[in-house]
Every structure is written in structure tokens, then in C-alpha cells.
Design a protein around this ligand. Structure first.
Ligand code: CA
Length: 242
């Protein structure tokens, strides 16, 4: 199981070969990776925020990973931190977790295990952050959308959304009532290596309208804000059951 949305990962690692290896694998999994080799520079970058995960070496120039972690936790208690260090004793792992880390992987590490741990941390974050995660049902008048399965029921018929349709709708539902830019949808749903153009997003919106709207030409729910993006015109909380 992978996360549905591309994550922004801050990779703090001063060993170029290891950094490249990690970056290639995380990008392959659809994530955006920013790498910083120096502990102080990394802290300045992390304090600005905007990351979904920090992958953190311990032995770093200017500021080691444990100190980085303690200082970041003073201003950011939530962003998951995965330690990745040649210091692999139980005492080191305890120190990393006590400094505020969420997980600790010793070098040399197995790439499949690194990717699985990254995915697990991101899933946990998504569950914690998303107001609709695992919350059953969104109702748009007579349309019932199951936010776990992607099934849309209307007039006694069930339509199953495709992966991308579902991810777009879920993202808009998380930000219901707000205008979401097309570029942001591209970034979050297609990922950093996005081939599709903003035109592709438009086409998916049209497809979603055909499923959700009584009159797709005059949408009640899925609005276009010309030059800005899209908005799902729902303010109510999804319900836990039908
Ligand atoms: Ca190092």
C-alpha cells in the first residue's frame, strides 16, 4: 500500500551517494524531495515548514541530527521525522526517539524497508491530518459518495470512480469550500514528475461533473473559478455513516 498523494520530503544527508540513492527511490515513489547536506541549513529550511516528512541523518556538519530534531520539535511538534544513521545501537535509537523522532533506521539499510517506513509514517500523518480520512460518506443532494471506496451511488446505480478521479475528489473534499489551484492538484495527485498538463485536470473535472452533477453544464457542486482553480461547494462535514 502506498500513499495516494505525493509527499514533500526534506532529506537531510551529507553523504552524496546515500543522498542520491534515497532521493531516487523516494522520487520513484512519487514524492518531492529536497536535499540539504548541512544541519544548520536544514534546520532553517525545516522551520519554514511545508514538509510532510523529514529523513534525517545524525552525523552532519554544523548541527547533528539529534540537536536538529530537538530544535525543530520546539517549533514543529508534528512533522514526522525518520532517523537514518550509521549510529545503530539501542542507545542511539532511544536517543533519537527521545529527541522527538518518530522512527529510526540504522545504516546500512534495506531500501524496501526505508520505503515501507516512509509510506507508513505518511499514512499515519494522513490519518491524523485529514478531516475526512476514514470518514464514510459525503452527500451532495441525492448523490452519495463513499470516501473510502470511491463508490458513487445515484438513482439506485453505483458508479466507481477511477483512481485519479477519486484522488482529485478526495483532495477537493478535504479542502471543501476553498479554491484549489490546478497546479496544486497536479502536484498532489500526479506528483512531481507530472506529465499531464493543466488541461488534463480540466478533463478529469469534466468527468467528475458527469458523475456528480445533475446538470454538468451548470454545476452545483464542482465550480470552476476561471484563472484560479476549482472549488467543491460543500461546507458540511462528511458523515460517518450513510
Ligand atoms: Ca553523515
Amino acid at each position: 500500500m502506498t500513499t495516494a498523494l505525493a509527499a514533500r520530503v526534506l532529506l537531510v544527508e551529507d553523504e552524496p551517494d546515500i543522498a542520491r540513492l534515497i532521493r531516487v527511490n523516494l522520487v520513484h515513489d512519487g514524492h518531492l524531495v529536497e536535499q540539504v547536506a548541512d544541519g544548520m541549513d536544514a534546520l532553517a529550511r525545516a522551520e519554514v515548514g511545508g514538509f510532510d516528512l523529514v529523513v534525517l541523518d545524525v552525523m552532519l556538519p554544523r548541527l547533528d541530527g539529534f540537536a536538529f530534531c530537538e530544535r525543530l520539535r520546539a517549533v514543529d511538534p508534528d512533522t514526522p521525522i525518520l532517523f537514518l544513521s550509521a549510529l545503530g545501537s539501542a542507545a542511539d535509537r532511544v536517543r533519537g526517539l527521545q529527541a522527538g523522532g518518530d522512527d529510526y533506521l540504522a545504516k546500512p539499510f534495506d531500501l524496501a524497508e526505508l520505503r515501507a517506513r516512509v509510506a507508513a509514517l505518511l499514512r499515519r500523518r494522513e490519518r491524523a491530518a485529514s478531516p475526512i480520512y476514514g470518514r464514510g460518506v459525503l452527500r451532495l443532494d441525492d448523490v452519495r459518495i463513499d470516501l473510502k471506496s470511491g463508490e458513487v451511488a445515484r438513482d439506485g446505480a453505483v458508479h466507481r470512480l477511477t483512481g485519479k478521479e477519486f484522488e482529485i475528489l478526495r483532495y477537493l473534499a478535504e479542502r471543501r469550500g476553498q479554491v484549489v489551484k490546478r497546479g496544486e492538484l497536479l502536484d498532489r495527485v500526479w506528483g512531481p514528475a507530472a506529465e499531464p498538463t493543466e488541461r488534463t485536470v480540466d478533463n478529469f473535472i469534466l468527468r467528475l461533473r458527469r458523475v456528480l452533477e445533475r446538470d454538468p453544464a451548470r454545476p452545483k457542486w464542482l465550480h470552476t473559478h476561471r484563472g484560479l482553480g476549482y472549488r467543491l461547494a460543500v461546507t458540511a462535514e462528511p458523515r460517518s455513516d450513510a
